[in-house]
Ligand binder design. Structure first.
Ligand code: DOR
Ligand code: ZN
Length: 332
């Protein structure tokens, strides 16, 4: 059996910089027609100049693949002039609450103080992408942040707010309540629960933020993805860290899933007899939510086993060493 996907998109991707970027970026660029590139570098991508330099670095690393880097700007209290100037060059602004994840020490401390900037984003039609976690108990962080999404969805009805990498059934329910809310979901949150992270031997390569939750949360996410909920988009949150930062006391959060994303999605959707929904989940929904037209690119996946490498350079991939049932066999 095989399946063709037109212009698959990864709507949440970490590519890093330098040698690590040159290692991982071609793997996404081979399989996807475009991706939303996260700005949590050190220093963050928070100026027009830095944005241009970073885009050029991404383009150099992804050539000659057909691949559109959809750039994001790290949220700050920008004024209208800066946002107007940057608007043609970005797909959205990415907001991190202070300290909730990798390279977010410089994030937002007071979520109410920034609302004037959200009003400007709304006026200019720039989507707001959010890492939605509070500073509470780890399993409750996303649920607690839903209050903020609700507040902003009401206050800014014309602002597109993307709840990034949702992990809870409650977030799926909220998606249905507000037309201006959209969401991404990762591959790993469709596959893992907290048991896979800490239920047996501690598994650093399954550790990410937000952490995987309960079986009923995973079931709700899977249900929404398999039915291609129109405002739910695939976003891998593929986040490579060198092996010594993962297999360490003080393991860095992030799962490197880029090279296995489409094969594992095909396997998952096939297992649930939902392959006909995959096109919407990995491309069409994102086109509608963001109003984008990705470059033409057709990716064919076939049911043909392959073994995931144990390493890509210094990075251990998701499902390292395991045999997957599907693979990308043609890109045209
Ligand atoms: O697990 C994660 N890793 N979650 C994030 O929010 C950031 C990411 C990273 O940049 O490593
Ligand atoms: Zn991320």
């Amino acid at each position: 059996m095989d399946i063709r996907i037109h212009a698959p998109l990864d709507m949440h991707l970490h590519l890093r910089e330098g040698a690590l970027l040159r290692l991982v970026a071609p793997l996404s660029a081979r399989d996807f027609a475009g991706a939303v590139i996260m700005p949590n570098l050190v220093p963050a991508v928070d100026t027009l100049e830095r944005l241009a330099t970073y885009r050029a670095e991404v383009e150099a690393a992804t050539a000659p693949h057909t691949f559109a880097p959809l750039m994001t700007l790290f949220f700050r209290q920008y004024d209208e002039a800066l946002l107007t100037a940057v608007r043609p060059h970005i797909i959205g602004v990415k907001l991190y609450p202070e300290g909730v994840t990798t390279n977010s020490a410089d994030g937002v401390r007071d979520l109410q103080r920034i609302e004037p900037t959200l009003a400007v984003l709304e006026r200019l039609g720039i989507p707001l992408l959010v890492h939605g976690e509070s500073h509470g108990f780890v399993l409750d962080r996303e649920a607690e942040f839903l209050r903020t999404y609700t507040r902003w969805a009401n206050l800014f009805p014309r602002l597109t707010i993307v709840m990034e990498h949702i992990t809870t059934a409650a977030a799926v329910r909220l998606l249905d309540e507000y037309a201006n809310l959209a969401a991404t979901v990762t591959l790993h949150h469709l596959l893992l629960t907290l048991d896979d992270v800490v239920g047996g031997l501690l598994s650093p390569h399954a550790f990410c933020k937000p952490i995987a939750k309960r079986p009923e949360d995973r079931a709700a996410l899977l249900e929404a993805a398999l039915h291609a909920h129109p405002r739910l988009m695939f976003g891998s949150d593929s986040a490579p860290h060198p092996v010594e930062r993962k297999e360490a006391a003080g393991c860095a959060a992030g799962i490197f899933s880029a090279p296995v994303s489409l094969p594992l999605l095909a396997e998952l959707f096939a297992r649930h007899d939902a392959l006909d929904q995959l096109q919407a989940f990995v491309s069409d929904n994102a086109r509608t939510v963001y109003g984008i037209t990705p470059p033409a690119k057709t990716v064919t996946l076939a049911e043909r086993p392959w073994q995931v490498p144990a390493r890509y350079g210094e990075v251990v991939p998701f499902y390292a060493g395991q045999t997957l049932a599907w693979q990308v066999v043609e890109v045209a």
